[in-house]
Design a protein around this ligand. Structure first.
Ligand code: HEM
Ligand SMILES: CC(C)=CCC/C(C)=C/CC/C(C)=C/COP(=O)(O)OP(=O)(O)O
Length: 299
């Protein structure tokens, strides 16, 4: 077995490069961009946009994630959740990871320019820079509101998908962005409560570290209320029908229940369970948007 920058290589190198792209996060983002594409039109989405548009968005998101791994390698090495990452353990060198990130990002933008439209490419570039440079390079170490502001980049994919199809920004995809924007604080702060000591050790000013657990739980509750309200808007503006409304109410009520259990402190694993539920929530809410869309079209 070879030794790479002081670290033993005991697994295939492609796995390390794949890990740099945060594949599970990117897959969920892709589902939201797919939904943005399908909701943008009553006719079918051209297959070139469907395939190369989503591939372009995924490559750029993966490129941004790889930059995040490079910039954060020292703090990742300090935290138990992240210390086995390829950069934190030195299995991939910063130069190699940056070259990989650059390759993914340029390939992604080229696909978007070739198969979608310039606006989709520019907005994707803005999201890429928003996450890789603004959030990772500045906000993360600067303010406990880091993930609220930085959340905009992660929330962008439904807009990117919509614009890839239509070529312009409109209210409906902005509403989908708003849903993910309101979802991000409960998603992340629940995990941050669970991992509070690690963030404190790494000197990262996440809300539970700077303002305490109680304050964070109150804000999780408030954002979850806001999320429930915003998630009903697609029905209110006649973008979605009753099936979506029912799903949004049930999924939102369950999210509120978790936020309440977390707030009351009555369950030892409430924080990590709220985090896990947040991922199922977003996945199921966007599947509901899609199923509802095709039901409405066929009525
Ligand atoms: C600024 C915004 C966000 C922050 C700060 C954030 C933070 C995090 C963190 C710290 C994790 C844990 C990763 C791990 O355990 O290695 C995570 C997991 C995850 N996040 Fe987010 N997230 C954000 C936005 C998003 C968005 C927009 C999506 C998808 C639309 C998303 C989807 C996921 C998924 C699927 C996981 C589970 C990954 C796994 O199990 O490996 N996140 N997030
Ligand atoms: C083009 C486009 C759509 C770009 C979006 C890029 C993207 C992958 C955003 C993900 C958001 C996320 C997982 C933040 C966590 O970072 P963190 O550094 O706080 O978490 P960590 O400690 O797990 O690395």
């Amino acid at each position: 077995m070879a030794t790479v920058i002081g670290a033993r290589r005991d697994r295939a190198i492609w796995r390390d490069y794949l890990e740099l792209t945060k594949p599970k996060v990117v897959v969920l983002m892709l589902i939201t961009s797919l939904v943005g594409m399908f909701l943008a039109t009553r006719a079918g989405v051209p297959w070139t946009v469907l395939v190369f548009g989503n591939l372009g968005i995924a490559l750029c998101a993966g490129g941004a994630a790889a930059v995040n791994h490079v910039v954060d390698r020292r703090i990742d090495a300090v935290m138990a959740r992240t210390h086995k990452r390829p950069m934190a353990e030195g299995r991939v060198s910063p130069m190699a990871a940056l070259a990989f990130a650059l390759f993914l990002s340029i390939a992604g933008l080229a696909l978007l320019l070739a198969f979608t439209n310039p606006l989709a490419a520019w907005l994707t570039l803005a999201s890429l820079l928003g996450y890789a440079v603004i959030y990772t390079g500045f906000l993360k170490r600067a303010t406990p509101q880091n993930i609220v502001i930085g959340g905009l980049a992660g929330a962008a994919p439904p807009l990117l998908g919509w614009v890839a199809v239509t070529g312009h920004v409109s209210a409906e995809p902005l509403l989908l962005v708003l849903i993910i924007f309101a979802w991000t604080p409960p998603h992340f702060w629940a995990l941050a409560i669970h991992r509070k000591e690690e963030y404190a050790k790494a000197d990262i000013p996440m809300l539970p570290v700077t303002h305490g657990e109680h304050y964070t739980k109150v804000h999780i509750l408030l954002y979850t209320f806001a999320l429930l309200a915003v998630s009903l808007m697609p029905y209110v503006i006649h973008m979605s029908g009753l099936l979506y409304l029912g799903c949004a109410l049930v999924l939102g009520a369950r999210f509120l229940q978790w936020a309440w259990v977390l707030y009351r402190g009555s369950q030892p694993h409430a924080a990590i369970n709220t985090f896990k539920y947040s991922i199922w929530y977003l996945l199921l809410l966007f599947i509901a948007l899609l199923v509802d869309h095709y039901l409405l079209l066929n009525l």
